[in-house]
Design a protein around this ligand. Structure first.
Ligand SMILES: Cc1cc2nc3c(=O)[nH]c(=O)nc-3n(C[C@H](O)[C@H](O)[C@H](O)COP(=O)(O)OP(=O)(O)OC[C@H]3O[C@@H](n4cnc5c(N)ncnc54)[C@H](O)[C@@H]3O)c2cc1C
Length: 309
């Protein structure tokens, strides 16, 4: 069958887009590999009306609500390739085992976090090593915390994190702190530690401190890590979508409503905007779904067809 829209990525952005299209009685297929970015965290925070619920619970509810619409379908699997054809987009899933065709394509495949190779860090990701103070800072409950230097944003993150605890900024050999920034950090009572972190310590997943390469130990109960990210899927690049730089890594270039530089291809969520959160991803999915719908209406009107037929 020819779907009105195929959405690759069925997490917060993709399901939000799909919901708009299903409610417009459009045939929409969501293809999802089931690896949302926040799968390492046991709770989601800052989501209005759902504060503290597991991300998996939010997504399970969203999937069930979407599937109540007769024109919506979800296929669990990974899209390996997309070709453009006469009808629109030919989407290959599960390495050629399944093929689907859609008039429009919406990418909501998210990003992957690039985690520094420090012993004990990866295992604590999403628990005591956190990516965002708004998501997990409150639950840390104050006390001694750290910011792991990763680049130019790290000073800003240390200044900000001081609202959640007593911060040490570990420059980790990659952050140059200017004289002006030192004054700002001191005003926020942030300590600057130039010695590299050798390992994270404590009974997993708790964090009790970090061992520095010079042998000293600094007690902290949580580490903030503003990661660099990369596309979770190569599809946008393969389709020829234009990219922009962001402080966290490349993102797909979209207009205010989620249209990419490639005709008929839309993008939403973390892969196409910063900053990153469930709410931002959800909102951008709504925008892209509405914009995609509008393009279908225009095409149908030109062809003299009606959506409800
Ligand atoms: C550890 C951690 C904790 C977080 N906690 C919070 C929080 O508490 N509150 C908050 O607001 N935000 C939180 N975030 C941020 C939040 O997770 C993201 O902003 C949000 O998940 C982005 O949604 P998305 O739909 O754009 O992408 P994602 O949720 O990453 O989903 C992308 C989906 O696309 C699928 N996919 C990728 N490639 C393919 C393919 N080729 N074929 C099919 N499917 C594919 C993936 O499997 C995945 O299911 C957290 C992030 C991290 C890293």
């Amino acid at each position: 069958m020819l779907y009105d829209a195929i959405i690759v990525g069925g997490s917060f952005a993709g399901l939000s887009a799909a919901l708009q299209l299903a409610r417009a009685r459009r045939n929409v297929l969501v293809i999802d590999a089931g690896m949302p970015r926040n799968r390492f965290a046991s709770e989601s925070h800052g989501v209005l009306g759902h504060d503290g619920k597991p991300g998996s619970e939010l997504l399970a509810t969203a999937r069930a609500q979407l599937l109540a619409y007769p024109t919506a379908k979800i296929f669990s699997g990974r899209v390996s390739r997309v070709d453009t054809g006469e009808a629109g987009f030919v989407v290959e899933a599960e390495d050629g085992a399944r093929w689907f065709t859609g008039r429009r394509l919406l990418l909501a495949t998210g990003v992957s976090d690039v985690l520094p190779d420090i012993p004990g860090l990866r295992e604590r990701w999403g628990q005591t090593v956190v990516h965002c103070p708004y998501c997990h800072g409150y639950e840390i409950g104050g006390g001694a915390v750290g910011v792991l230097g990763t680049g130019p944003m790290s000073v800003h993150q240390a200044l900000m994190f001081a609202d959640w605890g007593e911060v040490t900024l570990f420059t980790q050999g990659v952050v140059d702190v200017s004289a002006e920034e030192r004054v700002q950090l001191a005003a926020r009572k942030v300590r600057v530690e130039p010695s590299l972190i050798a390992e994270l310590q404590g009974e997993m997943p708790a964090l009790e401190g970090v061992l520095l390469q010079d042998g000293r130990r600094v007690a902290i109960k949580a580490l903030l890590l503003g990661t660099q990210v990369r596309m979770a899927s190569p599809l946008a690049e393969a389709l020829g979508c234009a990219f922009d730089d962001s402080p966290f890594g490349p993102i797909v270039r979209i207009d205010a409503w989620g249209a990419t530089s490639v005709d008929g291809v839309y993008a939403a969520g973390d892969m196409a905007r910063v900053p990153h959160s469930i709410t931002f991803a959800t909102a951008s999915g709504v925008a892209a779904g509405v914009r995609l719908h509008s393009s279908l209406i225009t095409e149908d009107a030109q062809r003299g067809e009606t959506a409800a037929a």
